[in-house]
Structures are given as C-alpha cells and as structure tokens.
Design a binder for this molecule. Structure first.
Ligand SMILES: [Zn+2]
Length: 196
C-alpha cells in the first residue's frame, strides 16, 4: 500500500527532475564563460544596425516595454504565421523555414521586439529541419526557459525575455562544446547580415 502510493507520487516528479537539472546546470556553466570569448569577434559586436522588430510599426507604444504590447496589437503588425508561432507557440513545418539551411554571417533578432538572440557563429546544420544554434547571445541574456510538458514530452521551451515571443525549444543533444541545441522557428527571428 505504502509502496504503491509512493510510486504514484514519485512518477510525475522523476522525469521532470531528470530533464531539468542537466539543462539548467549547463546553462549556468555557459553563462560564466561564454560572454567574453564567444562574442568579442562575432557578428554580435558589429555596429548597431537597427533591429527594431514589428513593435516599431506600432504607434504610441513604448518600444522599451514590449511586454506592454497586447496580443491584439501584435496581431496588427505580425503576419498570421508570425503571430501564430510567436504569440500562440506554433511551430513552422519541418524543413520549411528560410533560415534552416542558411549560413550567412550575421545575427538573429526577435521578429517581435528586435532583441538580439543568436549569432551565425553558433549556428549549425542539425538536420532536424529547423535552424539550430549551440548557444544564445550572452548566455540567455534575452531568452527565458520554460518547462514544456505538452504532447506527452518533457521539453524546455525558449521564449524572448523582452516580449515573451515563443521561439522554439532547447535540447541537451547538441554536438558542440555547450552540448545544447536551440531548435528555433525561422519565422520567429529576423536576420541581419554582418556589414562588409
Ligand atoms: Zn522579443
């Protein structure tokens, strides 16, 4: 009796802790050593190119507070596909995104608010059908991680810290030094090419 009750209590907890502890431990390790070496010579340091995001098209909205933008306001400045993926946590079809097999030098910003998210130095071809990055700008400076239990999987969703846009997920099966793979919707980001 006691054993069966204990197993009922433990079962929902164990899979979550197995997934989350390594993910956050890796993120903490990354943040201590990724900022200076990884980005000092990367496209992230190129002179400020306006990366305003769709929020710039809204009149009367303080661009410094993207969280104040309502969902109905986002709807007026995003395409239906952009709105569905970023504001309703949708997913673009596999291998359909314009940045899946795209490797020009530059940086990737949030399509909604323009926050710096990824740089091309950290992009790799994962073969999974979506753009993949081994790390985000400045150790998740503009990204939040949220446990996602949908569809029967234990995953970690990544969102823009500035405007809460859904970007994709991060997995701990990356081939590079971080061991992580950010699996990102092309629709959720804007690419800015590094100036010559
Ligand atoms: Zn954003």
């Amino acid at each position: 009796m006691f054993l069966s009750r204990a197993s009922r209590l433990l079962l929902p907890i164990l899979p979550v802790s197995r997934v989350r502890i390594p993910v956050f431990a890796t993120a903490a390790k990354m943040s201590s050593d990724s900022s200076k070496s990884a980005f000092s010579s990367s496209p992230y340091s190129f002179p400020d190119v306006p990366a305003e995001g769709a929020i710039a098209k809204l009149s009367g909205v303080d661009a410094k507070d993207p969280k104040a933008v309502s969902e109905s306001q986002w709807k007026t400045v995003l395409s239906p596909e952009e709105f569905h993926i970023t504001r309703e946590a949708g997913t673009e079809p596999k291998f359909s995104g314009k940045y899946d097999k795209f490797f020009k030098p530059g940086k990737y910003n949030c399509i909604c608010c323009g926050a710096d998210l990824f740089v091309s130095d950290d992009k790799f071809n994962s073969g999974c059908g979506w753009p993949a990055f081994s790390k985000s700008v400045d150790g998740d400076k503009n990204i939040i991680r949220i446990p996602d239990h949908s569809y029967g999987y234990e995953r970690t969703e990544v969102r823009c810290k500035q405007c809460n846009a859904h970007l994709g997920h991060v997995f701990d099966d990356g081939p590079k030094e971080t061991g992580e793979r950010y699996c990102i919707n092309s629709v959720a980001v804007n690419f800015l090419e590094k100036p010559e």
